[in-house]
Design a protein around this ligand. Structure first.
Ligand SMILES: [Fe+2]
Length: 232
């Protein structure tokens, strides 16, 4: 069981009780992992503050912190995922993902999105999420295959669900740039499923019992970072 009580009550933002208990699956089959990730994403998305309750600066901050995390880290973390897996199917799925990121210049796409919303990240934005970001980097450095694949499946699924909200914030900041949010509200659904397929392939390489305590460690360390993006 895990629980989450990040309500952001001190932030002045509309807060909700995010208490949730996630039942650990009895067997670590892909369906159990998929359910855990779905609940974790629902938890984050249901806790997003009402855009009407946010000031101009609060909206700018969310876009800026999201950009600070994604622009320079997403491809590096997906590369680490590629390096960590053992199965040929996992390698093929993750390589497709990486090729799309690089070929379609997703960091450049995100940069244009942030510039158009007048929300490029500042030192203050970067400092606000630094501790949680470094924790994710320390986790990624372990190259733990099952755990990092699940982290990235959670990441892709969250990004896809977050796009309408992010697009709404940008429109409220006067932006008409929609390429990043339009692209990621579509492709990341397939990316999430691909990573869950990679997880299933990777399970066949695991011969010792999977630790219940650590399997979702990557999901949790990234969920903490995403909560810091939303409510620093
Ligand atoms: Fe992307």
């Amino acid at each position: 069981m895990i629980s989450n009580n990040e309500g952001g009550s001190g932030s002045g933002l509309a807060s909700r009780n995010l208490s949730v208990e996630i039942e650990l699956p009895k067997r670590f089959d892909p369906a159990g992992a998929q359910e855990y990730i779905k609940v974790a994403i629902d938890n984050v998305v249901s806790g997003l503050p009402d855009p009407d309750s946010l000031s101009h600066e609060q909206r700018r901050g969310i876009i800026a912190r999201y950009t600070a995390v994604l622009e320079g880290n997403f491809i590096y973390w997906m590369t680490a995922t590629y390096l960590s897996v053992h199965s040929s199917e996992g390698h093929a799925i993750i390589e497709d993902n990486l090729r799309e990121e690089v070929r379609d210049n997703h960091p450049g796409m995100l940069r244009r999105f942030a510039v158009a919303a007048h929300a490029t990240s500042t030192d203050v934005d970067r400092t606000a999420i630094d501790r949680e970001l470094q924790a994710v980097r320390a986790f990624v450095a372990r190259l733990a295959a099952l755990e990092i694949v699940l982290m990235m499946a959670f990441f892709e699924g969250f990004i896809q669900r977050f796009m309408p909200y992010l697009a709404d914030l940008a429109v409220r900041q006067g932006s008409h740039e929609r390429e990043y949010t339009d692209v990621h509200s579509v492709v990341d659904l397939a990316h999430t499923q691909g990573l869950l397929d990679a997880f299933a392939s990777e399970l066949s390489f695991v011969h010792e019992p999977v630790s219940h305590a650590t399997l979702f460690e990557g999901v949790e360390v990234l969920r903490t970072l995403i909560n810091a993006i939303i409510r620093p």
